[in-house]
Design a protein around this ligand. Structure first.
Ligand code: AMP
Ligand code: MG
Length: 329
């Protein structure tokens, strides 16, 4: 299949909407990462996402809609906590889990489960596309399953070129890591995946159950299937070590004959030829992380040494992604 590369102008958005309406697959930018979209009301279209990504059918998809009213229409009941969070945080990088209306969201989208994950993105291209399609669009990250999420159209092309109908190019994404996921099917709500919208911000709005063992929940016990240990991972072997131990780890890898790259942050001097120095604040770090991992992968690094980030809650989302990138398969 030839993958059309579309600049994000009005004509391209109309073209992308047309492809989606007839059941095709289109990657598009959101504020978090690029999503791979298909009709959420059409089982055949949504199955295409799983095929293109090589995604296990047990891992459900997030459905994107343009506004709160469209979200309510997909839910079998709309809890007060959902309304509260939606009014405060949408459009934005927050996903809500609610009971699913089976007549509106295909079972395959929800991996056969009784719930559905819904999000209203804030990115102007995503919003224009959703408005133009006029249908709920299922869209997980636009990468092959378990690989690094894409934050540019080039990342999507590298991973899914030839497997999908089109890529809408909106430049690099701003948040850089996947949305915060909150289960509001019961109260207190549960944060299933940390993200740019912090657990603290959620807890200021609705009662939240304290998260325990979130980051390393094994697949079979994970409350949210994509939260299993290994995810968002480069093909290289990833070592997450204290900042002071990065140089020693790089030396060890080099002696073993590996091509090793490093990811450090803040005011440290980057170490070695394949070194990425990321911003020292969590939002800046998150925005830059996946592009850095893609570059190290493209440079042929077979070992990536990452300096551990602070234990502070402000770093929860970044720490979650680093822990999973470094988990053994
Ligand atoms: P991605 O957009 O690639 O991060 O994938 C979407 C993620 O959303 C999945 O990996 C799941 O963790 C989560 N998700 C989607 N639907 C549900 C659901 N109904 N219940 C719990 N988690 C979900
Ligand atoms: Mg993903």
């Amino acid at each position: 299949m030839r993958t059309e590369r579309l600049a994000a102008d009005a004509a391209s958005i109309a073209r992308a909407a047309e492809i989606l309406r007839r059941g095709g697959l289109v990657a598009f930018p959101t504020e978090t990462v690029y999503g791979l979209g298909a009709r959420a009301d059409d089982a055949r279209a949504a199955r295409g996402i799983f095929e293109a990504k090589g995604r296990p059918p047990g891992n459900p998809l997030i459905v994107h809609v343009p506004d709160v009213a469209s979200a309510r229409a997909l839910a079998d009941g709309w809890p007060a906590d959902a309304e509260r969070l939606a009014q405060a945080m949408w459009p934005g990088p927050l996903t809500l889990i609610v009971a699913r209306r089976p007549d509106r969201v295909a079972g395959v989208v929800a991996a056969g489960g009784p719930t559905v994950a819904i999000r209203v993105p804030v990115h102007p291209i995503a919003r224009a596309l959703l408005d133009a399609v006029g249908l709920p669009i299922a869209a997980p990250s636009a990468n092959r399953s378990t690989e690094i999420s894409p934050t540019t159209a080039e990342h999507v092309e590298k991973s899914l070129g030839g497997r999908i109908d089109a890529i809408l190019d909106g430049g690099p994404t701003a948040v850089g890591i996947e949305s915060t996921i909150v289960d509001v099917t019961r109260s207190p709500a549960r944060v299933l995946r940390p993200g740019h919208v912090t657990a603290e911000a959620i807890a200021a709005l609705v009662p939240v159950q304290a998260a325990a063992g979130l980051v390393t929940a094994p697949a079979e016990r994970a409350p949210s299937p994509g939260t299993h240990a290994r995810h968002y991972a480069p093909r290289a072997q990833v070592a997450l070590v204290p900042a002071h131990a990065v140089r020693g780890e790089l030396d060890r890898a080099a002696q073993a004959g590996s091509r090793a790259g490093a990811v450090e942050y803040g005011s440290r001097t980057a170490t070695g030829p394949h070194a990425e120095l990321l911003p020292g604040d969590p939002a800046g770090y998150a925005a830059a992380l996946y592009a850095a991992l893609h570059r190290l992968e493209d440079a042929g690094c077979d070992v990536i040494v990452i300096a551990a980030v602070p234990e502070d809650p402000a770093w929860d989302a970044v720490r979650d992604r680093l822990t999973r990138a470094s988990a053994t398969p």
